[in-house]
Design a protein around this ligand. Structure first.
Ligand code: UDP
Length: 318
């Protein structure tokens, strides 16, 4: 049986990845401090499939006793971090630490087990991009000490560190830059635009559009995102490669609000709020590289993905 370690595996994206790994015959050790995740997300998996370790990866993982029973690991996937701007502002120092100290501890696990290492990075490394769509070769345009820097620069540091482990110790590394992922298991108080708008539509409230709503994002449904991660785990001969994983269908936030209202079956009502500091004006992945090397591209339309997300939020209410 193949074994994977997933940090942040009790979170939104992480738990969907754990589901997929288990479905494909992996045993998964999940390390999560439950800062933004919950073991509820993995309640369908017993100890034969998933080892649930409540642990902060910024602390030395060689001190986790149950992990000593694991003697072979094929892949370490490091996803632990707050990812919503609201949460990473609230947990700014923790976010810096998990993306620096936490990344090094996860890399040390990969080194110890001679495992493949998958770094969960982000489109935020591009900051407020000056080219569109963004290819992996773009270096970005980031405010190094602004309100989003704990996340943007934390992830950029993590990329630099992981690449150094790859160069110096031959770690079999793949860096994945995720673009605005959404779907079931997002928390309604998460603060990101998808759960905010879906929650507001269900409650009959106006959708809170920040700024003038002309900023763009590209939304990727979680099953597509997780398929991309899985392909990066199982493909050989990709060491040291960086991939954008996201849906290249770009929309303004105002346009997105219209689609949410339509799928939610409510009239469109909006309420404009101030734009948060350093909110990127645009974001759209160039996925040519993922298509070519991973054979991956998104399959789920925004309408279909939102429909499933609405169903999840409705069911969580009942
Ligand atoms: N946004 C919005 N209303 C909300 C929440 C977010 O208009 O209730 C905007 C936000 O300013 C940003 C975009 O939606 O331009 C995506 O925000 P999110 O927090 O989901 O993720 P980001 O891409 O900024 O990390």
């Amino acid at each position: 049986m193949k074994t994977a370690i997933v940090t942040g595996g009790a979170g939104f994206m992480g738990s969907h990845l754990v589901d997929k790994l288990v479905h494909n015959g992996f045993f998964v050790a999940v390390i999560d401090n439950l800062a933004t995740g919950t073991w509820d997300n993995l309640k369908d998996h017993g100890p034969q499939q998933v080892l649930k370790l409540t642990w902060d990866i910024t602390e030395d993982p060689s001190d986790i006793p149950p992990l000593n029973q694991v003697n072979q690991v094929d892949a370490v996937i490091h996803l632990a971090s707050a990812a919503s701007p609201v949460h990473y502002r609230r947990l700014a120092l923790e976010t810096l630490r998990v993306n620096s100290l936490g990344t090094e501890n996860a890399l040390k696990l990969a080194k110890k087990f001679h495992a493949r290492f998958i770094l969960g990075s982000t489109s935020e490394v591009y900051g407020d991009p000056q080219i569109s769509p963004q290819p992996e070769s773009y270096w970005g345009h980031v405010n190094p000490n602004g309100e989003r820097a704990c996340y943007d620069e934390g992830k950029r540091f993590g990329e630099a560190l992981a690449m150094e482990y790859h160069r110096q110790f031959g770690i079999d590394l793949r860096i994945l830059r995720f673009f605005n992922c959404y779907g079931p298991r997002m928390q309604s108080e998460d603060g990101r635009v998808v759960p905010n708008f879906v929650r507001q539509a269900l409650d009959g409230k106006p959708l809170t559009v920040y700024g003038d709503g002309r900023q763009t994002r590209s939304f990727c449904y979680v099953s597509d995102e997780v398929e991309g991660i899985y392909q990066a785990i199982v493909h050989d001969n990709l060491s040291g490669e960086v991939f954008n994983i996201g849906n290249p269908e770009e929309r303004t936030i105002l346009d997105f609000a219209k689609v949410v209202a339509q799928i939610g079956g409510v009239p469109l009502k909006t309420e404009f709020r101030p734009l948060p500091a350093d909110d990127p004006t645009n974001r759209c992945p160039d996925i040519t590289k993922a298509r070519k090397y991973l054979g991956w591209y998104p399959q789920v339309s925004l309408e279909e993905g939102l429909d499933k997300t609405f169903a999840y939020f409705r069911q969580s209410d009942s």
